[in-house]
Write a protein that binds this ligand. Structure first.
Ligand code: NI
Length: 213
């Protein structure tokens, strides 16, 4: 998922000047001596438009993939990245994403499943602006529940559950959707989707992308 691109939020997240209070971090920063950034697949590449495969091998190759995914996400200045966004047919996503309380969440989830929210508990964000590294330079308003929980496993195969609120909840939903073949623009009205694709056609990404055949 792309960084927040919402004027209201831009102000909310400006550094607090000389207050210099440490940002609370949930998770561990990746070792950036490992991995290599890879180019990002974009709308129209088939790998983004179908469900990708469950991970079944928890080995060094999987760890190396996660390293590459963090590198690729940071190179593109994203806050979340799914494996099919670097052309890999596996259910893995990584994130380094703030929530609306200023907490920075860092991690990965393998074979994620979004938890169903109890009926009636769906609170919706009013000001949800969303973008995706695979729809470069486009943004659109998209209401989402402001709480999400994902279950899955970590790179060692241990069960994990990640929950989040606000912008991080949006990220968890967005990245899980990717692995089932959906982009956020697939959730927009026909008109807004068309507008997002127009923004993409008119813009130039600031990172390397995979050309579509
Ligand atoms: Ni995305």
């Amino acid at each position: 998922m792309a960084e927040q691109h919402d004027h209201q939020h831009d102000h909310d997240h400006e550094p607090a000047g000389d207050a210099a209070q440490p940002v609370k971090v949930v998770g561990e920063e990746p070792d950036l001596s490992k991995g290599t950034a890879r180019p990002i697949t974009v709308f129209g590449n088939p790998v983004l438009h179908r469900e990708v495969k469950d991970v079944t091998a928890f080995d060094g190759e999987l760890s190396a993939l996660i390293d590459d995914m963090f590198q690729s996400m940071y190179a593109a200045e994203g806050v979340g990245l799914a494996a099919n966004q670097i052309g890999v047919d596996l259910k893995v996503f990584v994130y380094d994403c703030p929530d609306d309380e200023g907490v920075r969440h860092i991690g990965h989830v393998i074979n994620p499943v979004l938890e169903e929210l109890p009926a009636g508990s769906r609170r919706v964000l009013d000001d949800g602006n969303e973008g995706c590294l695979s729809v470069p330079t486009a943004y659109a308003e998209l209401p989402r529940p402001d709480y999400a929980a994902v279950t899955g496993v970590d790179k060692d195969g241990n069960p994990i559950r990640v929950e989040g609120t606000g912008f991080f909840a949006r990220c968890l939903q967005h990245e899980t959707d990717h692995l089932y073949g959906f982009l956020y623009i697939d959730k927009l009205s026909k008109r807004d989707r068309k507008d997002a694709l127009r923004q993409m056609a008119e813009g130039t990404p600031r990172y390397a992308t995979v050309p579509n055949a």
